[in-house]
Every structure is written in C-alpha cells, then in structure tokens.
Design a protein around this ligand. Structure first.
Ligand SMILES: Nc1ncnc2c1ncn2[C@@H]1O[C@H](COP(=O)(O)OP(=O)(O)OP(=O)(O)O)[C@@H](O)[C@H]1O
Length: 256
C-alpha cells in the first residue's frame, strides 16, 4: 500500500482557550486532490497553515513525506535541528494564498526564479528555462518582463501558481485562491488549477467555496465543522449525497 504523503494523527490546535482543531485524523495519498470545505471559522486555514509548518499543533502528530514535523523538537529539544528539518519539509510544499504576495519590484520571471536560485541554490539557466515553461503553462508566456502592478488579479494569481510550481513541490496548497478576485477573473484561475489537477501527480489540498469546482476535480472532500472533520468521502458522496444536516445547511447557503 502506498504510504500517505501527509498524515494528521489526532491533531489539536488551540489559540489561548479557544480550541480551533479538535482531533483531526487525515491521510492524503501522494497524488490525491483534496478539497476542504466548511463554514467560516471552522479551521480550514489553520489546517493549511499547519501543513505549511507555519503553526505548531498543540498536540498530535503531523507527518509529511515520512517526516514527523515537530517530533524532533518535542523529543530532543533540538530547536536548531528541528528548524533544519522544517526547512526541508517546506521545500516540498508549494502554497498559493488568497492574496498573491508577489514581489512588486521584480518582473514576473524574476518572481518565479528567485526562490530556486536563492533558497535551493539551483543553476540560474536551468531555473530560467523552467520558469519560462511554467509561465507559459499558466498562459503568461508573453508577460515575462512585466511587473506585478501591470497585471490583472487573475494574472497575478497565475504567476503565484507558476512561482510555487517552479519549486517542484510534492504538495500544493491553495487557500481560497479565488476569493479576492473579481468574479470575471475567477474562471481563468480555476482553469489553471483544473489543468494541474488533471495532469500533475502531486498532491493538492484546496480550501474552496467553489462547490462545482470541488465536484469536478477533487478525489476527496472534507467538510470541516467547528474544528472536526464532520464528513469525508468522494466529492459526490459529500457534496451531492450526504445526509449530514449541518453540511446540507452549509451547502444550501451557497446554492441560495
Ligand atoms: N493566530 C490566531 N490567534 C487566535 N485565533 C486564531 C488565530 N488563527 C486563527 N484563529 C481563529 O481560529 C478560528 C479558525 O480560523 P481559520 O482561519 O482556520 O478558519 P477558516 O475555516 O479558514 O475560516 P474562513 O473561511 O473565514 O477563512 C477562527 O475563529 C479564527 O479567529
């Protein structure tokens, strides 16, 4: 049986007295596409931030590609070793946020090239070739020398995706990547993600409010409700056929 690329084992997360995640158990297979849906405040972004190693669990284990993220720190109190370990894991994970976080003073080609060259110390020419190919792939081959402020929101989001992909991640995380876009720009961004989902064998985790999109691309959908996974299954099982009343209420609010 294939080992999961991501495993959450009884993960809890509290901020002060507030328990945001209350025992998350989750396996994601290496090429699996997972959509996370749920009401505002249910803990979706916290799961993504934990995967990105930006938040440490209050208890439980998070294992990414066989590496137990915080174990070293807990067991050996070796903070430096743990930081190295986390850096390695981060190298395998690409993330696209709601806001694009591009570097405004760099062209879009430079935006894509900077991390592989400066963080991974890769060969500049090789990175340039890969970056050009990725920008072509997201439909921006004619904008290599443009600056972020010369692009639309949808184009900026596509640069953000290309920039993450140039790092050749094993896992891509998408946190509500269309929610800051004007409605007419949503389609072009979803189209790029759809293309990646259908043709790339990396794992993908998407927090999304686009139910039809989740139905189309997700192998698995998780319904997060008040810090627990209240329902999970295939997209059709969760979005079309679940009898969970809170999930049905949540979906009705989307469908109007
Ligand atoms: N650093 C923090 N300090 C305190 N509370 C936090 C922190 N981060 C998140 N929270 C709280 O945890 C809860 C879950 O937040 P999270 O962003 O994970 O929810 P979400 O499901 O992604 O919501 P939304 O759909 O609105 O983005 C919220 O009530 C939020 O206010």
């Amino acid at each position: 049986m294939t080992e999961p690329i991501v495993r959450f084992q009884d993960v809890h997360k509290s901020f002060g007295d507030f328990d945001v995640l209350k025992g998350i158990n989750l396996d994601i297979k290496p090429a699996e596409k997972v959509a996370v849906i749920g009401p505002s405040g249910s803990g979706k972004t916290t799961i993504i931030r934990m995967l990105m190693t930006l938040e440490e669990p209050s208890s439980g284990d998070i294992i990414v590609d066989g590496k137990n993220l915080w174990k070293m720190k807990k067991k050996e109190k070796m903070v430096k070793a743990n930081e190295k370990h986390l850096r390695e894991v981060r190298g395998d994970i690409g993330m696209v946020f709601q806001h694009f976080n591009l570097f405004p003073h760099m062209t879009i080609l430079e935006n894509c090239m900077t991390a592989p060259i400066h963080v991974k110390k890769e060969n500049k020419e090789e990175v340039r070739d890969r970056s050009v190919k990725m920008l072509e792939r997201v439909g921006l081959g004619d904008k290599l020398d443009s600056y972020p402020n010369q692009l639309s929101g949808g184009q900026k989001q596509r640069v953000a995706m290309a920039r993450a992909l140039v790092m050749r991640p094993k896992i891509m995380l998408f946190d509500e990547v269309t929610s800051a876009l004007d409605p007419e720009l949503v389609g072009e961004v979803l189209e790029v993600i759809r293309d990646l989902a259908k043709h790339e064998d990396m794992a993908m985790v998407l927090v999304t409010h686009e139910m039809d999109f989740a139905l189309d691309i997700a192998d698995k959908v998780l319904f997060l409700d008040e810090g627990v996974i209240a329902e999970q299954g295939t997209a059709s099982e969760v979005i079309e056929h679940s009898e969970n009343e809170r999930l049905q209420g949540f979906l009705r609010r989307f469908r109007g």
